[in-house]
Design a binder for this molecule. Structure first.
Ligand SMILES: Cc1cc2nc3c(=O)[nH]c(=O)nc-3n(C[C@H](O)[C@H](O)[C@H](O)COP(=O)(O)OP(=O)(O)OC[C@H]3O[C@@H](n4cnc5c(N)ncnc54)[C@H](O)[C@@H]3O)c2cc1C
Length: 407
């Protein structure tokens, strides 16, 4: 009987458990998790602080998930070390848990900017349920908030704070919001929508320091100006959470944990998936870490099958972000920022309706697409990118509503 140990109960860990149970009913599964909670969804945390959902709404599996899947949960217990030689993990309470197959799915840690005053009270990262609870507690005493970072987390957080009537300002060092994924024109559509919703967007600016007496009271900018704030949310991305591998030299690490196309690390019976893993990217041909939910889910699922001895290949992924800005949906797939001269670009826009749709083609294959305001054919476009299908013959209908693609 195999002993499986899964570190983490985010989408990567949970999908791995479900995959294992599809093919192995007997094996022992232990799920070790630093946080004391049932599996919850980080993308839903902004909606919890915005009051659109209650706390119970963030959990993405039912209470009896562990019993139904015959899994031993070890919740609220942080892993401090992985010992691949002795095939065991060691937790903060000194517990040693042996494994035959190990999955590391420990996600990411928020990036902490080097800013004076970052340790003040009410400066928050919003990446965990505990952090979201802290923000929710602070909301009634907050008139103004500063959000550092213009990525999806920051923008969603800003809109949620607006729901409480808080004066929310997003401060972005780069010239546009979501600069990692959006091109200039698509960012303008999103910035306009944010401003229409009452969110202040300050691009090309940086917070140099946070000041206050115990709790944050003011943000100081690079030009010396200041704005008052009783709450700061930092959304500057995440770095893979793998410090417990410091002694496990056999597990190869670059930015994230390096995995092959079976999600296997450099140690045969150790796998990694989700935000902690560095895996193959279809478009660049290189490996990278892209911290998004669908990628974590799929990787966990594929890893689970492989751990159970049912070989399954992970074909690789491409960047994909999907967000809704209060009725203006935005889906970005692949790369829409870097456009070479030999690429073809198809664009449709309707500024009055916040519609902007753009597809980038190279040699008949889609490299990237930004679909904003009117969502059409994203399932198909996503698959065309993923499988690198030549769409030359029907490219003019890619953005048409009611198109049907058979492939
Ligand atoms: C506020 C917010 C909004 C987001 N919005 C979106 C969105 O709109 N769309 C999207 O695609 N993605 C979004 N994301 C990103 C998405 O949530 C992640 O990509 C996804 O959760 C990664 O899944 P994972 O399973 O790899 O790790 P995680 O979900 O991060 O789970 C990691 C697990 O590992 C546990 N763990 C960590 N360290 C240890 C340790 N040492 N020992 C034991 N257990 C440990 C943690 O407690 C946790 O349970 C958002 C993230 C945040 C924070």
């Amino acid at each position: 009987m195999r002993r499986y140990v899964i570190l983490g109960n985010g989408p990567a860990g949970i999908n791995a458990i479900e995959a294992i149970r599809k093919v192995d009913q007997e094996g022992e599964i232990t799920n070790v998790c630093a946080e004391p909670y049932l599996p919850y969804s980080r993308p839903l945390l902004p909606f919890f602080i915005g009051g659109q959902i209650g706390e119970e709404g963030v959990f993405f599996r039912p209470e009896d998930f562990y019993r139904e899947h015959n899994v031993t949960p070890v919740l609220g217990e942080k892993v401090l070390e992985v010992d691949p030689q002795r095939e065991a993990v060691i937790t903060a309470s000194g517990r040693r848990i042996p494994y035959d197959q190990l999955l590391i799915a420990t996600g990411g840690n928020p990036r902490k900017p080097k800013v004076d005053g970052i340790e003040l009270k009410n400066v928050n990262y919003l990446t965990t349920l505990d952090a979201a609870r802290d923000v929710a507690r602070q909301v009634p005493d907050t008139k103004s908030a500063v959000i550092m970072g213009g990525g999806p987390l920051g923008l969603k957080a800003a809109l949620s704070l607006r729901h409480h009537g808080i004066d929310a300002k997003v401060v972005v060092r780069s010239p546009r919001v979501m600069s990692q994924v959006l091109d200039g024109e698509s960012a303008v559509v999103i910035e306009k929508k944010l401003e229409d919703s009452g969110v202040g967007v300050m691009t090309g600016r940086d917070v140099l320091a946070l000041e206050g007496n115990g709790a944050v009271r003011e943000a100081v900018f690079d030009d010396g100006s200041r704005i008052p704030c009783e709450l700061v949310i930092i959304g500057k991305g995440v770095t893979p959470n793998l410090e417990f591998l410091a002694e496990a030299k056999a597990i190869r690490v670059n930015w994230g944990i390096i995995v092959n196309n079976h999600l296997q690390t450099s140690v045969e019976n150790v796998y990694a998936a989700g935000d902690v893993a560095e895996s193959y990217d279809i478009l660049s041909g290189k490996s990278n870490v892209v911290a998004v939910w669908p990628r974590a889910s799929e990787q966990g699922y594929v890893a689970g099958y492989n751990m159970a001895g049912f070989p399954k290949e992970y074909v690789g992924a491409h960047r994909m972000n999907s967000l809704d800005f209060e009725g203006v949906s935005c889906i970005v797939m692949g790369d829409v920022r870097n456009i070479r001269q030999d690429y073809k670009v198809i664009v449709q826009r309707d500024k009055g309706r916040n519609v902007y749709q753009k597809i980038i083609l190279h040699d008949g294959k889609i490299r990237g697409a930004a679909i904003i305001g009117r969502i059409v054919n994203v399932g198909g476009i996503n698959r065309f990118i993923r499988r690198q299908i030549n769409v030359e013959a029907f490219k003019s209908s890619l953005l048409e509503e009611r198109s049907t693609f058979i492939y």
